[in-house]
Design a protein around this ligand. Structure first.
Ligand code: ARG
Length: 459
């Protein structure tokens, strides 16, 4: 089929070049947004009198018909087309004849594609945000049930101090809340209208860019037309926000993988969210969490592809920019896939409280509290730290814990120790006494849950 731009060419494009050049296989998914953009453009052309209003009406009805037919499946995308923009315009012209050929007045594919991606990603941001909110909600619900579930908190993956499972979960809730902020921040800079930039230098027609902006619910037209067609910062910002979400999910997945191991056994994944081995009958593998961790690398790759693709491009549009779509679409698809699988996996996991409690009882995670006990009786912290260290050494040598060490041994080292030391170093006390803002105490975590829920309301 002859190209729409065939006029100045004497030969047909080589068929391999045709395939190489074509983007319909991946930009076809933007058909709805392409048509929305075209309807706004056609409306503006009619209202400003750039084209006859009656023809504008026909174009709009024609575009609506194409959209309905694509939605219903009565019309399918032509994979021979160069891209989605050419496909829609060709189909319109097939249906309307010469009237269809007027749609592209005062427009270029350069501003058209920039509009399409923004409209498409705007919808995707809404979906991703809803999924992130759902996960935060799940974390709040689970946390409410585990404000007294003692577990070891770690540094260097070594048992450090007692916390609660709720406290741990709410750390992720806060991380994800920042992710929501990053998504909405990306949206702010994405939601501006490049339409009217045309190829690069706007147009001599009296177009109304404010009108297309408000028809498409953009906040404003982009202020500079070269920037309008050259900018892909919004793809990079979104890929970066998504990469951070993935990084969070990946850290969480890593913990879920550890927690599901026999060495930890803090949780047991539901059968519906785990898989078996083809050879080892005893295996129950956390494949979902591992895949989320694995796919994180791939999303980072998308971000790096976008950054590298843009870094040497002179203004304005360059065909390299067609590569933006596969990268950003992959990032968007991957994060949605991960979120929709991760949340129910977490929700259905069985929390093995007793094992968490038992792990917390090993590893001297109340040693800081033992030192603090002496400090509260007037001893300088460094001295208290040393005495407690010696006590831990004795426990290690004698196979005891700070809870089971007799008071006589305590008193041999320091006369400040009394019977009340046992209450001071009980794991429950250690966690619940940390009722400082942000801490693991039940009340503190309940405040955190309330805060996160309130933030969700306004998100
Ligand atoms: N398919 C192209 C893309 O995705 C559309 C813009 C083409 N513009 C051009 N001047 N060839 O970037």
């Amino acid at each position: 089929m002859a190209k729409m731009w065939a006029g100045r060419f004497k030969k047909e494009v080589d068929s391999k070049v045709n395939d190489f050049n074509s983007s319909i296989s991946f930009d076809g998914r933007m058909y709805r947004h392409d048509i929305m953009g075209s309807i706004a453009h056609a409306t503006m052309l009619g209202k400003t009198g750039i084209i006859d209003p009656a023809e504008s009406e026909k174009i709009i009805t024609g575009l609506e018909g194409i959209l309905a037919d694509l939605d219903s499946g009565a019309l399918s995308l032509d994979m021979e087309a160069e891209d989605i923009h050419m496909f829609v315009e060709a189909e319109l012209t097939k249906r309307l004849g010469d009237t269809g050929k007027r749609l592209h007045t005062a427009r270029s594919r350069n501003d058209q594609v920039a509009v399409d991606i923004r409209l498409y990603l705007r919808d995707e941001i809404k979906e991703i945000s809803a999924e992130v909110q759902e996960l935060i909600q799940t974390l709040c619900e689970m946390a409410s049930e585990h404000t007294e579930t003692i577990m070891p908190g770690y540094t260097h993956l070594q048992r450090a101090q007692p916390i609660t499972f709720a406290h741990h979960l709410m750390a992720y809730a806060n991380m994800l809340l920042r992710d929501l902020g990053r998504l909405s921040d990306t949206m702010k800079r994405m939601n501006v209208n490049p339409l009217g930039s045309s190829a690069l230098a706007t147009t001599t027609y009296p177009i109304d860019r404010e009108m297309t902006s408000s028809l498409l619910h953009f906040d404003a037209p982009m202020a500079n037309s070269l920037d309008g067609v050259s900018d892909r910062d919004f793809c990079i910002e979104l890929a970066s926000a998504i990469s951070t979400i993935m990084m969070h999910l990946s850290r969480f997945s890593e913990e879920i993988i550890l927690w599901s191991s026999w060495e930890f056994k803090f949780i047991e994944l539901d059968d519906a969210y785990a898989t078996g081995s083809s050879i080892m009958p005893q295996k129950k593998n956390p494949d979902v969490a591992e895949l989320v961790r694995g796919k994180t690398g791939r999303v980072y790759g998308d971000l790096v592809s976008l950054l590298s693709m843009m870094k040497s491009l002179p203004l304005a549009y360059n065909k390299d920019m067609q590569e933006d779509k596969e990268a950003i679409f992959d990032a968007v698809d991957t994060v949605k896939l991960c979120l929709t699988t991760f949340t129910p996996m977490l929700k259905t996991a069985r929390i093995l409280k007793e094992n968490m409690r038992a792990a917390a009882a090993k590893g001297f995670i109340n040693a800081t509290d033992c030192a603090d006990y002496l400090v509260k009786k007037g001893m300088p912290f460094r001295d208290a730290y040393k005495i407690t260290g010696t006590l831990v050494g004795i426990c290690v040598d004698t196979g005891k814990t700070l809870e089971t060490l007799p008071l006589s041994t305590y008193r041999e080292l320091c006369g400040l120790f009394d019977e009340d030391v046992y209450a001071a170093i009980s794991l429950e006390q250690c966690a619940m006494a940390r009722n400082v803002l942000g801490g693991p105490a039940k009340e503190s975590v309940e405040r955190q849950i309330a805060q996160v829920k309130a933030a969700l309301e306004t998100a």
